[in-house]
Design a binder for this molecule. Structure first.
Ligand SMILES: *[C@@H]1O[C@H](CO)[C@@H](O)[C@H](O)[C@H]1NC(C)=O
Ligand SMILES: *[C@@H]1O[C@H](CO)[C@@H](O)[C@H](O)[C@H]1NC(C)=O
Ligand SMILES: *[C@@H]1O[C@H](CO)[C@@H](O)[C@H](O)[C@H]1NC(C)=O
Ligand SMILES: *[C@@H]1O[C@H](CO)[C@@H](O)[C@H](O)[C@H]1NC(C)=O
Ligand SMILES: *[C@@H]1O[C@H](CO)[C@@H](O)[C@H](O)[C@H]1NC(C)=O
Ligand SMILES: *[C@@H]1O[C@H](CO)[C@@H](O)[C@H](O)[C@H]1NC(C)=O
Length: 466
């Protein structure tokens, strides 16, 4: 990165001090160019730090950037290509950024262009720092205006924690809001989740925790029972991964390429903190969305992203290959809903847990007690009977044989497909009665439910054999 700092970036800092009645603004106009060979790296545009601590508001704005993030003593947020400017102030910030003072010290706007142009990229960033004239001066001076939503009273983030008998909770691990590049308000996502009968959702903004820090204030009436968890969609230059079940304020490093072990370090840190690492939409076709980092540091794969597609089919195949190789990777789903008409809950991920809390859901996924369905009303019950004992999804039975039984509800004209380490072993039309398959000498068995167009409508994680 020091190489980057030394890069050809020409930095021209201009200072303009504008006098206001109660505040003054210092402007830094930074410009530079990135040669095409370095476009996939990150570029740091440093600007002189505030000279003193101020209890005032600050306005920072960037323009004409494909991607921008802000990093002084830690990351203060991310807005990707979605916004052309942002503001960080004492009492609030543009969604995607965390409010608070600008600490004394060097700050950087981090640029991450993602389109390689033969001519390279010329960039300019204008930074305005607004100081109060005197310590403790009026907080609400005119002149610093930026968009931010009106928030309600803070309420508990997660919602009610409930302990119970083991139960299956329906949810969605992947969605966005105005806190990164979505147009849904968090409250709208929560309302939709309640309509879809979901018990839990995880907001997963790109590279920022700022939404999670305020999410309790978005909870609408009627969503009191909805569990809302913390995730980040870690958006790198070589694909996206999901950190699921983060602590409040926990951030995840995303500024690495495939030439370092940055991903391994970040993923190990997330797993050590108790959260999950999942590879998102590994074969997505958008620029830099497909997974090209290593496959050695994840607990789960998002095999079903949004509406079913051939790209999801590739992810299921990849997952099957890992199972065959002896890795107990868990298949999960995520709607990736950003704005209407995209809907959360498509697909729905159903997790077995006895505690309705973020930690309970994370533990349920770790145990592999997970199945996926297209939407409301669809349910799977899948187990293997060995010597009169039932081994449920995610469990390990003692021998390589038994009777696999699938009972499926809410599917029309669908086909049950039984899959073992040798591949698809039996396809049978679903009826009201459970369908069975005699397993013989297998290492695992799992099921898929498909319709006659070969669209996946349901999928259960395996029952394993010792
Ligand atoms: C910085 O850029 C802004 C916007 O382009 C311009 O209005 C301002 O005059 C510039 N300031 C200096 C000191 O060049
Ligand atoms: C950015 O923030 C991280 C902490 O998250 C810090 O370790 C790093 O030195 C900062 N980088 C720059 C260039 O300011
Ligand atoms: C900042 O971006 C918003 C749109 O996100 C736009 O409405 C506003 O005019 C921009 N402000 C400046 C100072 O460019
Ligand atoms: C890193 O990714 C680039 C494409 O983005 C590829 O050309 C290069 O071979 C990769 N390097 C390694 C070490 O995998
Ligand atoms: C069962 O269905 C799957 C999915 O459509 C297909 O790939 C496979 O060939 C079928 N297998 C059998 C044994 O019919
Ligand atoms: C299969 O399911 C998809 C997704 O729900 C649906 O669009 C399609 O019409 C279904 N095909 C059949 C033959 O029912």
């Amino acid at each position: 990165m020091s190489l980057l700092l030394a890069l050809t970036a020409r930095l021209i800092a201009c200072l303009a001090i504008l006098q206001f009645t109660t505040a003054y603004i210092v402007t830094h106009n930074l410009t530079g160019d990135i040669p095409s060979s370095a476009v996939m790296n990150f570029v740091y545009a440093p600007f002189p730090a505030p000279q003193q601590q101020h209890r005032s508001r600050h306005l920072l704005s960037t323009r004409n950037l494909p991607i921008s993030a802000f990093n002084g003593s830690g990351s203060r947020g991310w807005s990707g290509g979605f916004r052309k400017n942002f503001t960080i102030a004492l009492g609030g910030a543009t969604p995607g950024y965390n409010a608070g003072p600008l600490e004394v010290g060097e700050w950087n706007v981090v640029l991450g262009p993602y389109v390689v142009e033969a001519a390279g990229v010329d960039w300019s960033v204008n930074v305005e720092v607004t100081y109060a004239k005197a310590e403790g001066d009026g907080m609400d001076w005119e002149g610093v205006e930026y968009w931010r939503p009106t928030l309600g009273q803070s309420s508990d983030m997660e919602g009610a924690v409930r302990e119970s008998e083991e139960q299956w909770l329906r949810g969605d691990f992947h969605m966005h809001s105005i806190y990164s590049d979505g147009r849904y308000l968090p409250s709208e996502q929560m309302e939709n989740a309640v309509k879809k009968g979901l018990d839990f959702i995880f907001f997963s903004e790109h590279n920022t925790d700022s939404g999670s820090n305020e999410i309790g204030r978005w909870r609408p009436e009627g969503a009191e029972e909805l569990l809302v968890g913390r995730a980040i969609e870690v958006t790198t230059r070589h694909g996206h991964w999901q950190a699921i079940g983060l602590d409040r304020g926990q951030q995840v490093e995303w500024r690495y390429t495939n030439e370092t072990d940055g991903f391994a370090q970040a993923a190990d840190g997330v797993r050590q903190s108790g959260a999950l690492v999942s590879i998102n939409h590994p074969y997505a076709s958008c620029s830099r969305c497909d997974w090209t980092l290593d496959w050695d540091h994840h607990d789960a794969i998002e095999v079903w992203n949004g509406r079913w597609s051939p790209l999801n089919e590739l992810a299921v195949r990849r997952w099957q290959d890992e199972l065959v190789a002896g890795k107990k990777t868990v298949a999960i789903g995520g709607s990736d809903a950003h704005h209407p008409p995209e809907q959360n809950g498509l697909p729905t991920t159903v997790v077995r847990t006895s505690v309705k809390s973020q930690a309970g859901i994370v533990q349920g996924v770790r145990e592999g007690g997970v199945y996926l369905v297209e939407g409301p009303g669809m349910e799977l019950e899948f187990s293997v009977l060995v010597d009169g004992i039932e081994y449920d999804i995610g469990r390990t039975a003692p021998t390589g044989s038994g009777t696999a039984v699938l009972a499926a509800r809410g599917f029309l004209d669908a086909i049950a497909c039984f899959v073992t380490d040798t591949g698809y072993v039996k396809n049978q039309s679903l009826t009201e009665d459970p369908v069975r398959y005699e397993v013989d000498d297998s290492r695992f068995i799992r099921v898929e439910v498909r319709n006659s167009s070969d669209v996946l409508l349901g999928l259960a994680n395996p029952v394993f054999f010792e």
